[in-house]
Design a protein around this ligand. Structure first.
Ligand code: IPE
Ligand code: IPE
Ligand code: MG
Length: 263
């Protein structure tokens, strides 16, 4: 497995001092928002904003690989986005498929492991097959793990995990008292990956919009007014700069953290 999560969060950096020193977040999760407004500003159809957003995705994926981020999770389509006009939804599906087609080999060549996380059962069969092919193609890669959250919802994730755990109780595999944070984490998406260290939302809104609810409990949050199609390497550097100036205390005092860092 990619990471061992069994080490409980009793350390300041749950997954190694090394990343703390480098100040590079090991897992970045992004709500890529503002495509529609970017297009509107230019009097273009909304889909033009989504298309332009794909270029930002390319840049950010590349940059994360270069600077040594281990996991990048991008919110591409939420469980609530089905409420959008049918036309926009189908254009988004088409775009998703085109991007998978054109980028798969490049991602594979760059040692990226692509995963798609969410309730994929509602996607067109053809898209599901593509997702399966691409994830299989890249599953042995040990470079950047790129999670695309598609038809993902934080509540959906928690409900799924709860159902799985309830079944284990029903089958007498575990007892209700065995349920703890680690067990819960094992039944959520990203079970083998570290929690996001840095969350970024572009587009000016300061909300979670049903993204990673459980996982963001101790994540550093960064909001920017920049619209997703304008977000580039420099914008990412600003977010990481902000992250690296923060003291992550995980409930402790600042003095305790300083002491542990000096030890
Ligand atoms: C984010 O941009 C992309 C998706 C939700 C798929 P939006 O389409 O939400 O852009 P705004 O918020 O309308 O500007
Ligand atoms: C969140 O953006 C979902 C994605 C970026 C995929 P939205 O634009 O859908 O969020 P709300 O509805 O404004 O909160
Ligand atoms: Mg939006």
């Amino acid at each position: 497995m990619f990471f061992n999560r069994s080490a409980k969060q009793t350390n300041i950096s749950p997954l190694g001092q090394q990343d703390l020193e480098k100040k590079i977040p090991e897992h970045i999760a992004i709500i890529m928002d503002g495509n529609g407004r970017w297009a509107k500003q230019r009097k273009l159809p909304r889909v033009a904003g989504h298309r332009s957003g794909v270029e930002s995705v390319r840049q950010i994926v590349k940059e994360c690989g270069v600077i040594g981020v281990k996991v990048l999770t991008l919110f591409a389509f939420s469980s609530e986005n089905w409420r959008r006009p049918e036309k926009e939804v189908s254009l988004l599906m088409e775009l998703f498929m085109t991007v998978l087609k054109t980028e798969a080999k490049k991602l594979h060549k760059n040692n990226v492991q692509l995963r798609v996380v969410g309730d994929l059962s509602q996607f067109p069969a053809k898209l599901q097959k593509y997702i399966q092919d691409v994830t299989e193609l890249t599953q042995e890669n040990d470079g950047l793990v790129l999670n695309i959250a598609a038809n993902y919802g934080g509540r959906w994730d928690v409900i799924n995990a709860t159902k799985e755990i309830a079944k284990l109780v029903e089958l007498n595999v575990i007892k209700p008292d065995d349920i703890d944070e680690d067990l819960m984490y094992q039944h959520l998406s990203f079970a083998d990956l570290p929690e996001p260290s840095l969350f970024i939302r572009t587009g000016g809104e300061q909300r979670i919009s049903n993204f990673l609810l459980w996982h963001l409990a101790y994540t550093e949050l960064f909001f920017t007014d920049e619209l997703w199609p304008d977000f580039n390497e420099k914008s990412l550097a600003k977010a990481i700069e902000s992250f690296s100036c923060r003291q992550r205390r995980f409930g402790r005092t600042g003095e305790q953290v300083e002491q542990a860092a000096g030890a």
